[in-house]
Design a protein around this ligand. Structure first.
Ligand code: MTE
Length: 325
């Protein structure tokens, strides 16, 4: 399944293959058919898949906006909400940036997150109970995609370390593996069989315990919308965007490092660590600068996206390319 060497999101327009164009068109048509069906059966606004009965309500609305953590200040204006919400990477719904309307097919409740593997207290959480049991905070953070676009966003969420403490990892646990849902009838991009679904990302336990490592539940003072990875997604602002897995249903503690989604799809271009560093270019483009969504203003890329104070100590050799790929 590893024959895709260039994910479309990492490709300049001029390099996009006819295959990508064909499948995006097919996704569009299938998505359009789905949208018509949803419309006929009760309204796109219900955010459910066609035919679904009235979906249970989000029981966390009263938690937003959460208290802002003043330690995280931005050096640039916030990206406009509408801009961030209409330029997304969410391959489950297609390979273009404009998938927000297709992502509305994903029903967000009921939603369970299974925490399993090498822990003393494995547990399957109902998403509302999980969110209510964690201290939420808002942080204004820079976000940098490996493709060199960037944004500045107010994320709401909790520290992964609070969840780690709750489930008590065993001493043999070394990695935390995060998986997205697998629902190819809803997320038509998952019909592309050459990708290894579900989307999988992972961290070391040390990274998960870091002050910067968050699980986001909201953005712009409200619960996450589907396209940003509702109801639960990773926010690791010192790493390239692809590490920030969306719509998580499984968190597993393992001894062995797993192969992550883009590592499988394009192993020569996307590694496990993926820490941001302007000194190490992507094999096909420079990482020296980034383009802000909305304004298109270019800014120099910062080592660890400017969060080195918190995270640099986890990577012993800052000259070793393996940490930045
Ligand atoms: N998570 C899943 N499940 N599927 C994806 O395709 N794309 C990743 C990441 N998380 C992706 C994902 C990439 S490449 C980026 S840059 C960010 O999501 C984009 O997050 P945003 O759309 O909220 O800006």
């Amino acid at each position: 399944m590893n024959f895709i060497r260039k994910p479309e999101w990492a490709m300049p327009e001029r390099e996009a293959t006819p295959e990508a164009v064909f499948f995006d068109r097919r996704n569009f048509l299938m998505g359009a058919a789905g949208a018509v069906a949803v419309g006929a059966l009760g309204g796109i606004a219900s955010a459910g898949i066609a035919g679904a009965a009235e979906a249970p309500k989000d029981k966390t609305l009263d938690l937003y906006p959460a208290k802002r953590n003043p330690d995280f200040k931005l050096d640039r204006p916030l990206t406009e909400e509408q801009v961030a919400a209409t330029y997304n990477n969410f391959y489950e719904f297609g390979g273009t940036k404009g998938i927000y309307w297709l992502s509305k097919r994903l029903q967000l409740r009921p939603w369970e997150v299974k925490v399993s593997g090498l822990v003393n207290k494995p547990k399957t959480y109902d998403i509302d109970s999980l969110i209510r049991s964690m201290p939420l905070q808002e942080r204004l953070l820079r976000f940098r995609c490996v493709e060199a676009w960037a944004m500045a966003v107010p994320w709401t969420g909790f520290l992964i370390r609070d969840l780690i403490k709750a489930v008590e990892p065993k001493s043999s646990a070394k990695y935390i593996v995060f998986k997205t849902f697998y629902k190819p009838k809803v997320a038509l991009g998952q019909l592309r069989v050459w990708y290894s679904w579900p989307y999988t990302e992972a961290l070391t336990i040390e990274e998960g315990m870091n002050e910067m490592a968050m699980l986001a539940t909201g953005v712009y003072g409200k619960p996450l919308p589907q396209q940003h990875g509702a109801p639960l997604r990773l926010i690791l602002p010192w790493k390239y965007g692809f590490k920030n897995g969306k719509s998580i249903v499984s968190i597993e503690f393992t001894e062995k490092r797993p192969k992550t989604f883009w590592e499988r799809a394009a192993p020569s271009e996307y590694g496990f660590w993926a820490n941001i560093n302007p000194a190490f270019d992507h094999p096909r483009w420079s990482q020296k600068s980034e383009r802000m969504l909305g304004t298109n203003k270019r800014r120099p890329t910062q080592l660890f996206n400017g969060y080195g104070k918190w995270v640099a100590g986890m990577y012993p050799d800052l000259k070793d390319r393996k940490y930045f790929f």
